[in-house]
Design a binder for this molecule. Structure first.
Ligand code: 5CA
Length: 439
């Protein structure tokens, strides 16, 4: 991609409405634009990251055996009357009336709809287990939308729903999602700690929130700091096997959000030196709620004994759009964002220090095309902005690598390669730089 053709409306000034660094950087880097309180347009740079994050979530869901589908954003109010949540949900639900006076709502979550989809065709234990998910926009009319994509009103969520014949099988589904979440967030370069949590309007009595530690997080959290060093299961993890050893390892050390924090237990179970009391960002939450929806909505399954019982369900959410904010909170410096490779909008930024200079243009085009062909997604700054401005923009948008090509270097047969994360620079022939970059 050439910057002259791209759309990257970076801001020079720090927007005054943004209170936390990720919100400021997303606005300054031209990733999002607020269209209404808590409602954002995803500009091309932000959209590229959103798609990368979504794809990692998808790959790990698929690996764990969940099946992707897509449900609509609008839902019938009557569906929510069946579960009893239509009135219970309160003012966070955006209620809509169509031209025929039918009551609809913009989905804040999908337990009811998936239960309806499921009960329409599944009747027997032989069809279980099933875990269905989608990645879809949600709307919650939050009282205080703030911190940009962190607490939006319209936001992108991955939500998965599992159906099982009994509690033991449902717990296995829960464990599968738990492990998939460890992997998902780990792949994005995040340390997300599973913590015991309140179930809120989703219901049930077993739930974990996955929390990225950050001073700017909305939840106060208490944990044993040794949890930060636990190993993340690798891609060869067998989701069909008993996963309880992994779950136990991750849940034995104390970790709880303030809503369920037990001071006495915390002090008994953690050594004073291991206590970590800080704040965090909830990037995902898993719930086991049994028959809370399947019973009132009559999603009945016949077991091997022929007796019908309500399906045992769980639901599993990931805040896909919130993750951009969480990753930036965890990975930035005073000059801008530092994207982990796996979610970077482009892999390499090429800075042309003298557009119009034939030799420099040729070297830039060569680097661009080679990197493009190798799938490294280069962004070539071929604009006539000043060099200082180009460097500042590259640091701001945080691509993992910067390849600087100017007339002096080209005359000497070299370019400069800079790693955004550590700031290390090396001067080397273009061919060698391309090799380092994998092209
Ligand atoms: N149905 C369940 C699980 S599928 C559910 O809705 N869970 S949730 O309420 O915990 O939301 C799932 C995830 O969405 C949260 O962990 C959080 O990361 C994200 N999320 C929730 N509210 C917002 C919001 N207002 N803005 C951005 N992300 C949000």
């Amino acid at each position: 991609m050439r910057l002259s053709r791209f759309f990257l409306p970076v801001l020079k000034e720090t927007p005054s409405e943004a209170q936390i660094v990720s919100h400021r950087l997303m606005l300054r880097a031209g990733m999002i634009r607020q269209e209404a309180a808590g409602i954002y347009a995803w500009l091309p740079l932000g959209f590229r990251v959103l798609k990368k994050i979504e794809q990692i979530v998808r790959e790990e869901m698929d690996r764990a055996g969940a099946i992707e589908m897509l449900m609509p954003t609008l839902q019938l109010a009557d569906l929510w009357r069946e579960s009893g949540r239509y009135d219970a949900y309160g003012p966070e639900m955006l209620r809509i009336t169509d031209r025929h006076d039918r009551e609809l709502l913009y989905g804040p979550t999908n337990e009811e709809m998936i239960t309806e989809v499921f009960r329409a065709s599944v009747r027997s234990y032989k069809d279980l287990p099933k875990n269905l998910y989608h990645i879809q926009w949600k709307f919650r009319d939050e009282q205080r939308p703030r911190f940009g994509v962190m607490r939006g009103r319209e936001f992108l969520m991955k939500d998965a729903y599992s159906f099982d014949i009994d509690e033991a099988a449902a717990r296995h589904s829960y464990n599968q999602m738990f492990v998939a979440y460890l992997r998902t967030f780990g792949r994005m370069g995040l340390k997300a700690i599973p913590m015991r949590a309140e179930t809120g309007p989703i219901g049930g009595d077993l739930s974990h929130e996955f929390i990225v530690l950050a001073e700017t997080g909305e939840s106060a959290v208490f944990c044993d700091r040794r949890v930060l060093n636990l190993p993340i299961p690798d891609a060869s993890v067998d989701y069909g096997s008993d996963l309880s050893a992994i779950i136990n390892e991750w849940t034995n050390l104390y970790a709880a959000t303030e809503d369920v924090h037990e001071v006495a237990r915390y002090e008994r179970e953690t050594a004073p030196d291991d206590r970590l009391e800080t704040r965090g960002i909830e990037v995902g939450q898993v719930f086991y709620f049994g028959d809370k929806y399947s019973k009132p909505m009559k999603a009945m399954i016949a077991g091997p004994d022929g007796v019908e019982r309500p399906a045992q369900m769980g639901s599993y959410g990931v805040g896909v759009s919130r993750l951009l904010g969480a990753i930036i909170e965890a990975s930035h410096d005073e000059n801008g964002i530092i994207w982990p490779e796996a979610v970077a909008p482009f892999g390499v930024g090429i800075v042309n220090l003298k557009p119009g200079d034939e030799a420099v243009d040729a070297a830039c085009a060569k680097a661009h095309d080679a990197l493009e062909a190798a799938g490294k997604e280069p962004l070539l700054d071929d604009t006539d902005n000043r060099a200082g401005g180009k460097f500042a923009t590259m640091d701001l948008i945080g691509l993992p690598w910067q390849l600087v090509i100017g007339p002096k270097g080209v005359a000497d047969g070299v370019v400069e390669l800079k790693r955004r994360a550590g700031g290390e620079r090396q001067t080397l022939p273009l061919e060698d730089a391309l090799k380092v970059l994998g092209a």
